[in-house]
Unconditional design. Structure first.
Length: 335
C-alpha cells in the first residue's frame, strides 16, 4: 500500500488545490490560442499515452512492462519517455543510451523517432527521455508538437507507440493526452492520488481543443499498487462517481496491478518485471492489461478513430457549467 493511504485531506483544501491547478492551467494553456501550438493535432494512429496527476504512482513502471507484454503478444512497441529532465525508463530497462529525446526537441530540422530509437530488452524499442536538461527542453505545447511530428514519421504497420508522460497538468501532458487514441491515467488507492487523477482528467476535458465536430478523448484508468481487486475497484469507483456526477463522463477501468515485492525488486535490479518475474501476480495483471489495450485499440486499426469518446453535448454542457461551490462538492465526493 502507498504510505499515507489512510490520511484524508480536508475537502476545502482539495477544492482550493483543484481551483488553483485548473486556474493556472487556463492562464498558461487557454482555449483558442493562435500560436504554433494551436495548429491541428497530429494523431499517430497507435498512440497510447500514460499520465498521472501526481508522481510516485508507478506510471513509468507500467509503461515499461506493458511495452514488454505487448511485444510478447506480437506487437512491435516503441516506448517514448517524454519526461523533460527526469527520465528513467532507460534505467528500468537496464540500458545506457548515447542519444536522447532532446535531439528531436532541440534540432532545427525534422528528426524522426527512428533516428533516436535504441533496442531495449524484451523486444522493446526505446526513445530515451532527457536527463538534467529542464531548461533546454521545456514541457510546453510547442515541445509536444515537435514530439508528435516525430511520431508521425515512418513506423511499422503493427507497431504501437507508448508515451510515458511526466506527472502533473503541464501543456505537454495535455497536448499529448489529447493526441492519443488511448489516453491512460494511472492512480493508486491513495486518496491524494485519486484527487490528483481527477484534477488531471478535469483539466483534460476543460482545456482540450478537439478537432471540429469531436470532443476531447476520455482517458481510461489503471489502478496501480492495490492490495487486491476489490481495493482497485473501489478506487476506480470513487474516481468514476465524481467524473460521472460533475463531468458527465464515465471512466472505464482498463486494468489494475497489485503492489508486490517483485515489482520493487525489478526496479532496484534494473530487470523489468515482465522479464525477471513472469510468474508473479503483478506480471499476470500486466499481461491482462496488455490484452485489454489490444482490445481497446482494435477498432482504431479498422477505422482510424478512437473507440470511445464522450458525446459532444456532454462536453459542451460541462464547459458551460459554472456552478458555485462545484470544486468543493467534487472534493467532498472523492473522500
Amino acid at each position: 500500500m502507498t504510505p499515507g493511504a489512510g490520511l484524508h485531506p480536508a475537502p476545502a483544501d482539495q477544492a482550493s488545490r483543484l481551483r488553483t491547478l485548473v486556474g493556472e492551467l487556463r492562464r498558461t494553456h487557454p482555449l483558442g490560442r493562435t500560436d504554433e501550438s494551436s495548429s491541428p493535432l497530429v494523431r499517430p494512429p497507435n498512440l497510447i499515452a500514460f499520465a498521472s496527476g501526481k508522481g510516485g504512482v508507478g506510471k513509468t513502471f507500467l509503461s515499461v512492462n506493458l511495452a514488454i507484454a505487448l511485444a510478447a503478444l506480437g506487437d512491435q512497441p516503441v516506448l517514448l519517455d517524454a519526461d523533460a529532465g527526469l527520465a528513467n525508463a532507460d534505467v528500468m530497462l537496464g540500458v545506457t543510451p548515447r542519444q536522447r529525446l532532446d535531439r528531436i526537441i532541440e534540432s532545427e530540422h525534422a528528426i524522426g523517432l527512428e533516428d533516436v530509437t535504441i533496442e531495449a530488452p524484451g523486444g522493446v524499442r526505446l526513445v530515451p527521455g532527457t536527463v538534467g536538461r529542464r531548461t533546454a527542453v521545456g514541457d510546453d505545447a510547442v515541445t509536444a508538437r515537435k514530439i508528435l511530428n516525430a511520431c508521425s514519421g515512418p513506423a511499422p504497420a503493427s507497431g504501437l507507440l507508448i508515451i510515458d508522460l511526466p506527472a502533473g497538468l503541464s501543456p505537454l501532458v495535455l497536448e499529448l493526452m489529447a493526441a492519443a487514441v488511448l489516453p491512460v491515467v494511472v492512480a493508486t488507492p491513495d486518496p491524494t492520488s485519486i484527487a490528483d487523477a481527477y484534477a488531471l482528467i478535469k483539466a483534460m476535458l476543460t482545456s482540450a481543443r478537439p478537432d471540429p465536430g469531436q470532443s476531447g478523448p476520455v482517458p481510461a484508468v489503471v489502478v496501480n499498487q492495490a492490495s487486491d481487486a476489490e481495493e482497485a475497484a473501489k478506487a476506480h469507483g470513487r474516481l468514476n462517481a465524481v467524473a460521472e456526477r460533475f463531468l458527465g463522463t464515465r471512466l472505464d477501468m482498463l486494468g489494475w496491478v497489485p503492489w508486490s515485492a517483485a515489482a520493487a525488486r525489478s526496479i532496484r535490479t534494473r530487470q523489468p518485471l515482465m522479464i525477471g518475474s513472469l510468474g508473479s501476480p503483478a506480471a499476470s495483471q500486466v499481461h491482462e492489461l496488455a490484452r485489454a489495450v489490444r482490445v481497446r485499440l482494435r477498432p482504431v486499426h479498422s477505422s482510424g478513430r478512437p473507440a470511445h469518446r464522450p458525446s459532444r453535448g456532454l462536453f459542451r454542457a460541462f464547459l458551460g457549467r459554472r456552478r458555485a461551490g462545484q470544486s468543493l462538492r467534487e472534493s467532498a465526493q472523492l473522500e
